[in-house]
Design a protein around this ligand. Structure first.
Ligand code: GLV
Ligand code: MG
Length: 324
């Protein structure tokens, strides 16, 4: 499985300055853990947090399938280079990815790629082992998102950062991820979410939605998560353990969707290989090659979420589509 294929339905950010939170993280069912050295850590605590995070990664009891990442400080800050060097040198064996915040252009990605290459060479780590996840969270980053998405083979994920993005644009809300009150159009986040998603998919990357900070508002979280999942996103950041369950559920297909996806794959395989047809009826619906592609995505997500089949395709369910 490539870094861009690993499930990232829920990505829990854990403040790197809290030994207690770091210790608790291994027992939580988030697909990815992101140990944060950036905005959740005060400037005076940055240095100690680096050491805490490196130790937690190197010594913690981490399940092999868990994606482990560290968010370093942004490239223009004085902390960035040492964050990368200290963390990767000390815990590169287990680390899967560096999350790079506030990426405004491809130069940020190239800088990190070169630095990681040097550390991997020096430490005898496989070349390209550490993936990059880029946060797109201001006007400059979104304007350059296509160039950012193709700046390095290490890139696995683009992440939307609503808080910094809202600040960058001057959006009228003070709650991270919440819709700006008074906006008379549709969804104020539709454009950046779609723009990022298109850039990610064109480059073969995952697209992850950012955090929803109103921890007590699980209904609002569900609406935001289901909406991002419906658009095509792979997952969402979470900032509290209570958010993990609803977000995992939102980014997993339902049993019904999963069964349908598997049926489409089987029916289409039968149609093309046994019947020699490219468009057939499955129940009352026409399916063709495009249906197969959509079904592949839902079936892969369902399998990754641990769903299993209860139905099998029987050729009598299929038929010849009009004009097929
Ligand atoms: C996350 O980093 C955000 O800015 O929303
Ligand atoms: Mg941010």
């Amino acid at each position: 499985m490539t870094p861009a294929d690993r499930p990232r339905r829920s990505c829990l950010t854990v403040p790197g300055s809290s030994a207690r939170f770091l210790a608790k993280a291994s027992s939580l069912p988030a697909d990815e853990l992101i140990f944060d050295l950036e905005d959740a850590v005060a400037p005076s605590a940055k240095q100690d947090a680096r050491a805490l995070v490196a130790r937690a990664l190197a010594e913690g009891d981490w399940a092999a399938d868990r994606v482990l990442a560290v968010r370093v400080n942004a490239v223009p800050t004085r902390w960035a280079y040492r964050d990368v060097i200290d963390v990767v040198e000390r815990s590169g064996e287990r680390l899967d990815a560096i999350v790079l915040p506030k990426v405004t252009g491809p130069a940020h990605i190239v800088w990190l790629d070169l630095l990681l290459t040097q550390i991997e060479q020096d430490r005898g780590l496989p070349q390209g082992k550490i993936a990059i996840e880029a946060q797109i969270e201001d006007a400059a980053g979104l304007a350059a998102v296509d160039d950012i998405a193709t700046a390095s083979d290490r890139l696995a994920v683009l992440i939307f950062g609503p808080a910094d993005f809202m600040a960058s644009l001057g959006m009228g809300s003070l709650t991270i991820g919440a819709r700006p009150e008074g906006y008379a159009g549709g969804d104020a986040f539709h454009y950046p979410l779609m723009r990022l998603l298109v850039a990610a998919r064109a480059a073969g990357l995952q697209a992850i939605d950012g955090p929803y900070a109103a921890i007590g508002d699980l209904d609002g979280l569900r609406v935001a998560s289901v909406s991002a999942a419906a658009l095509g996103y792979d997952g969402k950041w979470v900032v509290h353990p209570d958010q993990i369950g609803p977000v995992n559920a939102a980014f997993s297909p339902s049993q019904e969707q999963y069964e349908r996806a598997e049926l489409i794959l089987e029916a289409y395989e039968h149609a093309t290989t046994v019947q020699g047809r490219g468009a057939v009826l499955l129940g009352a619906e026409m399916i063709d090659e495009a249906s197969r592609k959509m079904a592949l995505v839902a079936a892969a997500r369902g399998r990754a979420a641990g769903l299993t089949r209860t139905q099998r395709y029987t050729p009598s369910e299929g038929g010849l589509a009009p004009g097929g």
